[in-house]
Design a protein. Structure first.
Length: 304
């Protein structure tokens, strides 16, 4: 039986540039650590630059000579996203749309969008569109991190801000479905345009990251109670997105998650998106709404 894929299987990444959002902790930090050890130059895009600098320093201690840069990015604020993109003038081989928040009390972003939809989806949608022309190299990729929760999600087009029916988990699931819809629709549009970049989606299963410790009380208590039994480490949870970002055999449009029972834990494998996530009509509708809400339009045609 073939051995299962691990961080040891990441090919040499020398000469490649990675941009990782939410890179100061959890899955993002583990992603940066793994590719930096394999020679990549990594830009850590973080809301808290103090935490980002501390994360970069810790990685540099473990991997002397690691090429790391910390930049400020608040994905919940579209002005911050634009400022980041305007100030970013280098090419990118791999964009990892990793940052996220999970199940907070209802709040609105600076632009008036529900915070989870703003941070998890709209910010990454805008960032990807604004940086699309910076993708470079022989194998450029965009990896968008979704969640098992996408399978329970719906897009509440009539109440995107949750004004009439907000619950934390319901709107988290909406944002994660949006991630999956976006990642797959981006792949369709890249293919229609003949663009060499590939768009992949990943999820970490049940991983012990800061998200479990940043939720509202009922979710947080449940997560802590179950943690020893059903979660895996952040390093293990990052493997699906690392596979999507670096494995030569990975292909655009694939959804990578753990291969264990109910995809909660395990080694990276190609897994199945929900029926809603694979609905091209729903994806096109979300894409149009996302362009309207962000003001960012991709230089890509709609897929036939």
């Amino acid at each position: 039986m073939a051995s299962k894929w691990s961080a040891a299987d990441i090919p040499d990444q020398s000469g490649r540039v990675f941009l990782v959002t939410g890179a100061s902790s959890g899955l993002g930090l583990e992603t940066v650590r793994a590719v930096a050890r394999r020679g990549a130059r990594v830009v850590l895009a973080v809301r808290n630059t103090t935490a980002g600098e501390a994360a970069a320093a810790a990685i540099a201690e473990q991997a002397p000579g690691a090429d790391l840069e910390v930049r400020h990015l608040d994905l919940a604020d579209l002005d911050s996203v634009r400022a980041f993109a305007d100030g970013f003038d280098s090419g990118i081989d791999v964009l990892v749309n990793n940052a996220g928040i999970m199940a907070p009390p209802r709040s609105l972003s600076k632009q008036g969008h529900e915070s989870q939809f703003a941070t998890n989806h709209l910010g990454h949608f805008a960032l990807t569109g604004l940086l699309l022309d910076r993708l470079q190299g022989p194998d450029p990729r965009v990896v968008t991190v979704s969640s098992l929760a996408h399978g329970h999600g719906q897009i509440h087009f009539d109440d995107l801000t949750g004004e009439r029916g907000y619950t934390p988990v319901r709107y988290y699931s909406q944002s994660k479905l949006a991630n999956a819809l976006f990642g797959l629709e981006l792949e369709r549009r890249l293919r229609a345009a003949g663009n060499p970049a590939a768009s992949l989606i990943a999820h970490p299963g049940f991983s012990d990251t800061g998200l479990l410790r940043s939720t509202v009380a009922v979710v947080r208590i449940g997560g802590r109670a179950l943690s020893p039994f059903v979660t895996q480490s952040a390093a293990a949870g990052a493997l699906p997105q690392l596979y999507a970002a670096t494995e030569p055999k990975a292909e655009g449009g694939q959804y990578i998650g753990p291969d264990g029972r109910r995809e909660r834990k395990g080694a990276p494998a190609v897994v199945q998106l929900s029926d809603l996530a694979r609905d091209p009509a729903l994806a096109r509708r979300l894409w149009t709404v996302s362009e309207e809400l962000t003001g960012v339009r991709f230089p890509l045609p709609a897929a036939a």
